[in-house]
Design a protein around this ligand. Structure first.
Ligand code: NOJ
Ligand code: NOJ
Length: 612
């Protein structure tokens, strides 16, 4: 083990000299030293492995791989499971972690953050089976190919947490730029991206979608919680740069109102308006709480702050649900940490604990203790009493000041409990420090996607909170109370491609053809024209359009031609086939003209209406 650590340490000194900051490097010496043992040295060691692991999953210019610069892959695993894609959610959570680390002093991360943002400007424009940017619908697409093109396979889509998480990441970095006087850059380069995402949230928050685990269609607590946060900080941010986010102001209170319906009196239901038939206890609610933690918001129940009575009761309910589920949890009694998975009914890879879920359970507790210290007193009420009694069966409800014994015993017990979750991760992390997605419920051996970016990123956030490094406030306490009666509102959004920084002109462009054409069941719409990718006017070779976003009020047919040459000009027309599949009817009017744009755009959408 010692040799493996030493070897990994040397390797990483050679390969990542510029990526690992000095304080982390010194941690290597701690771990290889003769007295190295226990949790502290594991943390120091694993933090540098984790940061290295995240950066390895980042597309870098001139790295000679197919991964675009700034694109973050979920995992290098290309089969069983294939995670060689970029997910908007995983990437945004990881970027937020990197931005927080950058703000905490690791300036070497800045180029990666800038690359991430540039990549997002492109990804926002990619038309996908979820839709495209013209009406914002494309922003709900959960994942893309690593070269920033659309993934067209079947998937649980849309997923509406991605745009909110990305807005949060970009706002954190933009606030720093503002503090450095870079307002014009923020307004011209970053606000267009943020604004698209905020508009998306304002327009679609009240529609169902797939949850973060990509399985349940309905309303998800995690999604709504991060959406509320994005709208609240979005509004304040817009004001900071002298503009408005109308959708933020009008929708945020409604989102907060809706969020209350997830509280069932005992714990937070992970999904509602769903057909999943699950019991609702799910680590995604813990994730919702830690990713909306605001050190300025006390232990607020309405926003489910990590130290709120609701969130602590939920922590007990969710972690408790796994206690008797996994063999590796046997012997771990009440008040002792357990291996935590996604939800008890999970069958993916047999249903196992996940590193990121176990780490989130720790992170919530570190947040909570940090917060209790900031407040300077501990409140135990009827709702949170059972959580605290797991740590000390004799404790009673009350308000305890910082000088009281109960306060110091309880906060110490919570930290020990949190460390227990980290120790489980320690026990089931291989000696090279790599973190997969899951670890086997029977013996803790790693399972599913190897080197999962999100696992690494979770290790880094949980252990930063452990050292009291917490993110800046997002303004939860200024969010305002929800209205007395919730209503199902929506703010129509406007969307536009953000300017893309590109050093050389793009040669291959993806063109999406959208046409509005009411059809009958069994009819299909195509496009063809004087261009090989469109079949050279041969109606048996035209590009078939799809009706997956077709509605009576918006009869949209859409299809995408990839790899069109920038600068090419051609004529085209739409045509349809009849219910027999054979009869071809062209639209009327003159031929249409199109020139594939030259410049930075890698994805363009052409919107037409069928000519009668
Ligand atoms: C099913 C899993 O449960 C889900 O979370 C995952 O994203 C998809 N399969 C694809 O791997
Ligand atoms: C499956 C997880 O359920 C989902 O949350 C995640 O985004 C993808 N894997 C990629 O890591």
């Amino acid at each position: 083990m010692l040799y493996a650590v030493l070897f990994a340490g040397l390797l990483s000194i050679f390969y990542c000299w510029n990526q690992i900051s000095l304080p982390l490097l010194s941690a290597w010496y701690v771990v290889v030293g003769p007295t190295a043992s226990g949790l502290e040295s594991f943390i120091a060691y694993e933090r540098s492995v984790a940061l290295h692991g995240v950066l390895k999953n980042f597309g870098v210019k001139d790295k000679g791989t197919e991964v675009d610069p700034g694109v973050i892959i979920a995992s290098p695993s290309q089969q069983d499971p294939d995670y060689f894609y970029t997910w908007t959610r995983d990437s945004a959570l990881t970027a937020t972690m990197l931005i927080d680390a950058f703000l905490a002093g690791d300036t070497s991360l800045q180029p990666r953050i800038e690359d991430y943002i540039s990549a997002q400007a492109i990804l926002q424009t990619v038309a996908s089976p979820s839709g495209d940017l013209t009406d914002g619908s494309g922003l709900g697409e959960p994942k893309f190919e690593v070269n920033s093109t659309t993934f067209t396979g079947p998937w649980g889509r849309p997923q509406r947490d991605g745009p909110a998480l990305r807005a949060t990441a970009l706002i954190a970095y933009s606030l720093w730029l503002l503090s450095k006087g870079e307002k014009s850059r923020v307004i011209s380069q970053f606000w267009p991206i943020i604004s698209n995402d905020l508009n998306y949230v304002g327009e679609y928050w009240n529609q169902t979608g797939f949850d973060l685990w990509e399985e349940v269609e309905g309303s998800s607590f995690f999604t709504l919680a991060v959406q509320h946060r994005a709208l609240v900080e979005g509004q304040a941010f817009a004001e900071r740069i002298g503009t408005v986010c109308a959708a933020c102001r009008t929708q945020a209170p409604q989102v907060l109102c809706f969020l209350q319906s997830f509280w069932n009196g005992g714990f937070i239901m992970s999904n509602i308006n769903d057909q999943s038939g699950r019991n609702g206890k799910d680590a995604s609610t813990i994730l919702g709480s830690v990713h909306t933690y605001d050190s300025d918001a006390g232990c607020d129940d309405l926003t489910f702050q990590p130290c709120s009575s609701r969130a602590l009761a939920n922590h007990k309910a969710v972690t408790g649900a796994f206690r008797s589920l996994y063999a590796i949890n046997s012997g771990r009694g009440q008040g002792a940490a357990v291996a935590v998975g996604r939800y008890t009914e999970d069958v993916y890879y047999g249903g196992n604990p996940w590193y990121l879920c176990t780490l989130a359970a720790a992170e919530q507790l570190y947040d909570a203790v940090h917060q209790i210290h900031l407040i300077g007193s501990l409140v135990i009420d009827a709702l949170s009493l059972a959580f605290f009694q797991d740590l000390d069966p004799l404790v009673e409800a009350g308000r305890y000041s910082a000088s009281s014994e109960v306060y110091s015993n309880m906060t110490a017990a919570m930290l020990k409990y949190a460390d227990g979750y980290l120790s489980i991760v320690h026990d089931f992390t291989p000696t090279d420090g790599s973190l997969a997605e899951q670890y086997f419920r029977d013996d803790g051996s790693p399972l599913s996607a190897a080197a999962l970016t999100w696992s690494y990123s979770s290790f880094l956030t949980a252990t930063s909170r452990r050292s009291s490094v917490v993110p800046n406030s997002w303004g939860a306490s200024k969010a305002g109370a929800p209205p007395a009666i919730c209503s199902s509102t929506s703010a129509p959004g406007s969307y536009a491609p953000a300017p893309v920084d590109c050093s050389s002109n793009v040669s291959s462009v993806t063109v999406t053809f959208d046409v509005l054409k009411p059809t009958m069941f069994g009819e299909t719409v195509f496009v063809t024209g004087s261009h090989a990718p469109l079949g050279n006017w041969d109606s048996s070779k035209g590009l078939e359009l799809h009706a997956n976003r077709y509605t009576n009020s918006n009869p949209l047919w859409s299809g995408t031609a990839s790899a069109m040459e920038a600068g090419d000009s051609f004529e085209y027309k739409y045509y349809q086939t009849g219910t027999d599949g054979d009869t071809v009817v062209y639209e009327g009017g003159a031929n249409r003209c199109f020139t594939v744009p030259e410049g930075c755009a890698r994805n363009v959408v052409q919107v037409d209406t069928w000519q009668e």
